[in-house]
Design a protein around this ligand. Structure first.
Ligand code: SF4
Length: 332
């Protein structure tokens, strides 16, 4: 294994595949070593995610219960009032979260009163001293600048899957649209949160290709969520098999090795994992989780904050304190 804290941006598919396919314990050992070179392995960033506008989305992401075209049990909810969102943020802070993420099921941001309200929410959460993150769909450069001026710290925009497999999962936008929004976020000086989902029916080559796109970006995303498909009844992917935990561990370990300075976030799918399985993911280099009230991760089940705090304690881990400069200074 190469030592040194140099970031690479020139990974080949062959190199990535060789890492991903290492004997599992070797892979986890290497990832755990890289993790220790770049991060405090005792710390896990706790992020809280709140859906501020739910369902009714015009996009056709085939894994998502919020797409208006699928018949799911998800209740449509208009944009929440600012005060409600700020009350949730305060509660998240009081429970130990250092990052508060607000998600709206939109195809793209429109320059209207709803966006003005999002700006107010960003300002309010930022004033509480939390890292504030949004995921609102596609963004123009001007909109990204407005969010940055309001104090937005991070913008989530997942690649979801590989460029090659993208059209199988979503037809209402292109992979390049994702890259364009990420670019607008970067230009505005907002940190990037971007990862993907496994278990969509993709091949190992697609997982590798997605990680390669992230790892070969000029600047690595500061956060990289790795999600296991949360199978939502009524969506086209509802009947796919559950993701094998070792696939999650491999994916997280590979992400940790090729994106060493990034926070690797164990995201959707945790509800289907035991504490032991999640422990493997932390050993493989995951150092961030989403937790939340109402035990939901957007619209799919997620462990609650008390359960998560107990798990961290059992594993000898602790919530990361808020250190905004840290992510900026370690990324290259
Ligand atoms: S993933 Fe986002 S963009 Fe896609 S359907 Fe769901 S809410 Fe809409």
């Amino acid at each position: 294994m190469k030592d040194s804290k140099a970031l690479r941006h020139d990974w080949t598919k062959e190199e990535l595949l060789a890492i991903y396919n290492k004997p599992l314990l070797e892979l986890v050992y290497e990832a755990a070593t890289v993790h220790r070179q770049w991060h405090n392995p005792e710390e896990v960033q706790i992020s809280t995610l709140l859906s501020v506008k739910t369902g009714g989305c015009p996009e056709d992401c085939s894994y998502c219960g919020q797409a208006a075209r699928y018949h799911t049990d998800i209740k449509v909810q208009a944009l929440l009032p600012t005060e409600t969102v700020l009350a949730h943020a305060q509660k998240a802070k009081d429970s130990g979260s250092s990052r508060f993420c607000m998600a709206a099921a939109w195809r793209e941001v429109r320059d209207n009163r709803d966006f003005d309200r999002i700006i107010e929410m960003v300002q309010g959460v930022n004033e509480m001293g939390l890292e504030v993150c949004c995921t609102l769909g596609m963004l123009t450069e001007d909109q990204a600048n407005r969010l940055q001026e309001a104090g937005l710290y991070a913008y989530n925009h997942n690649l979801d899957t590989s460029e090659e497999f993208y059209d199988e999962i979503i037809s209402t936008r292109k992979f390049d649209n994702r890259l364009a929004t990420i670019n607008n976020v970067r230009k505005a000086g907002i940190t990037v949160c971007s990862g993907g989902i496994i278990g969509l029916g993709e091949k190992d080559a697609d997982r590798i290709s997605m990680l390669r796109t992230l790892a070969n970006m000029e600047k690595h995303p500061e956060s990289v969520p790795i999600n296991a498909l949360a199978r939502v009844a009524g969506t086209p992917l509802a009947d796919l098999p559950k993701v094998d935990v070792w696939d999650m561990v491999r994916m997280i370990a590979t992400a940790r090795i090729v994106l060493p300075s990034s926070m690797v976030r164990l995201s959707a799918g945790r509800i289907e994992m035991t504490e032991v399985e999640q422990g493997w993911c932390f050993m493989a280099g995951a150092n961030s989780i989403f937790t939340g009230e109402r035990q939901t991760l957007l619209v799919t089940p997620n462990p609650g904050v008390d359960e998560d705090m107990q798990m961290l304690k059992n594993l000898g881990l602790k919530p990361m304190e808020l250190k905004k400069e840290r992510l900026c200074s370690t990324n290259g």
